[in-house]
Write a protein that binds this ligand. Structure first.
Ligand code: CP3
Length: 378
């Protein structure tokens, strides 16, 4: 591991700005490509680090977080157009006072989750002398150090979990099939639910602003459990907080591209495009890119009351296609690029890499995006 560098006053010049140009809706010679969970257990070099180091220890040690962030960049040299900082969405619940463990083979576990609205008293925030910037300084250090170590190869992305997804984890205490406990709050403790969502949104916005100051060049908000909500409940419990986060960050950093990934919420595409300031909407694989493009453009076209804006789409290959043979990966990736069209696309999977993925199959995906997207735009 190389020496750490926490200087935020001067960073190496960016050599590949394809992702940033595409995210801002500018012309690009091909679609940039990166993958959610591109650093992770499918990589043997990641598993090797994890043998000696517990998950949150990697997040908290800047030199380790940098090393793991760079692993896919090294392996797929020249093929990835962005790096995403190694961390987790659950660092926010931790910072707000909840214990989170990462149980090998099982995922996140909260030994003492929020059960009733009275438990909100256990959370810390601004009003109880808590500072996001102090509590999550280790993520800022990881970002600053990684930005230096990247040496301008590609831009560095920061991220947070969205309020509804984080609330769900904080109440369920881990993964859940039905989210019955979290949903009980929505329908039996509605005021407390909004209180919690607002507090998480406040922390998330501050945290994103801090991440940009620390070196993040673009941001993504993960609403992984949007698809568990009805359109009506998404409009009440998710969308306003997503919109608020984008608004707060854009007020400070209007030029930093922001992406929203509301998994399963394609019913809300129009609202995400017209009622939030996100530059990029990330799609899962359950929607046809052509249809998504048409709906977003139609929604934007009838909004004559707002400053005209373009929305870029990201995605959306079904990650399980990477379990298929190389020919199938090539065909489906080329079809995906075609379906998104000649502009306004950042190539990605429709969700994250899975531990069972073969790293060489990801290479086929990345190479195919480079080739077919460039051909398409020639
Ligand atoms: O490479 C990257 O994308 C950056 C790092 C990153 C991780 N988690 C590392 C990680 C990012 C952006 C996340 C986001 C995250 N974390 C989400 C949103 C994206 C999504 O998948 O919907 C969610 C829901 C989580 C919560 C979480 N963290 C779960 C459910 C799990 C366990 C199951 C799983 O998919 O691995 C984690 C653990 C985790 N976060 C791992 C990694 C590499 C694997 C844990 C390990 O190393 O043991």
């Amino acid at each position: 591991l190389s020496a750490v560098n926490f200087d935020t006053t001067s960073f190496p010049a960016l050599k590949n700005d394809l992702y940033l140009r595409a995210a801002r809706g500018e012309e690009a010679e091909r679609a940039p490509v990166w993958c959610m969970r591109q650093a992770g257990r499918y990589l043997p070099e990641f598993r090797a680090i994890r043998v000696e180091n517990e998950f949150f220890k990697v997040c908290r040690a800047p030199a380790l977080a940098t090393e793991v962030t760079l692993q896919p960049l090294r392996r797929y040299a020249g093929l990835l157009d962005a790096a995403i900082i190694f961390s987790d969405i659950l660092v926010i619940p931790q910072a707000m006072g909840l214990e989170v463990q990462m149980v090998p083979g099982k995922g996140p576990h909260f030994p003492d989750p929020l059960r009733t609205p009275d438990d909100l008293l256990r959370l810390v925030d601004r009003n109880s002398g808590f500072s996001v910037d102090t509590e999550l300084d280790y993520v800022y250090k990881a970002l600053t150090n990684t930005r230096h170590a990247l040496d301008g190869q590609v831009p560095l992305l920061g991220f947070v979990g969205a309020p509804w997804t984080l609330m769900a984890y904080m109440i369920e205490g881990g993964g859940s099939k039905t989210l019955a406990l979290a949903k009980t709050w929505l329908f039996a403790h509605r005021t407390a639910a909004h209180d919690l969502l607002a507090r998480v949104a406040d922390v998330a916005a501050q945290f994103l602003i801090g991440q940009v100051r620390a070196g993040a060049q673009a941001l993504q908000v993960f609403e992984s459990w949007a698809g568990e909500l009805s359109p009506q409940d998404f409009a009440e419990f998710s969308l306003p907080y997503l919109a608020l986060i984008a608004e707060r960050v854009k007020a400070v950093f209007p030029d930093v591209p922001m992406t929203v990934f509301a998994k399963g919420a394609h019913y809300a595409l129009e609202q995400l495009a017209t009622e939030t300031l996100f530059d990029v909407i990330s799609l899962d694989w359950t929607i046809d890119p052509k249809a998504a493009r048409a709906r977003v453009d139609a929604a934007l076209a009838i909004r004559t009351d707002v400053v005209p804006r373009s929305v870029v789409l990201q995605g959306n290959l079904d990650p399980t296609i990477l379990l298929g043979d190389e020919q199938t990966i090539r065909e489906r990736t080329a079809e995906m690029c075609q379906s998104f069209g000649r502009s306004g696309h950042i190539a990605n999977l429709g969700h994250g890499m899975m531990p069972s993925h073969d790293p060489e199959r990801l290479r086929v995906f990345l190479e195919t995006v480079h080739k077919s997207s460039a051909e398409l735009r020639r």
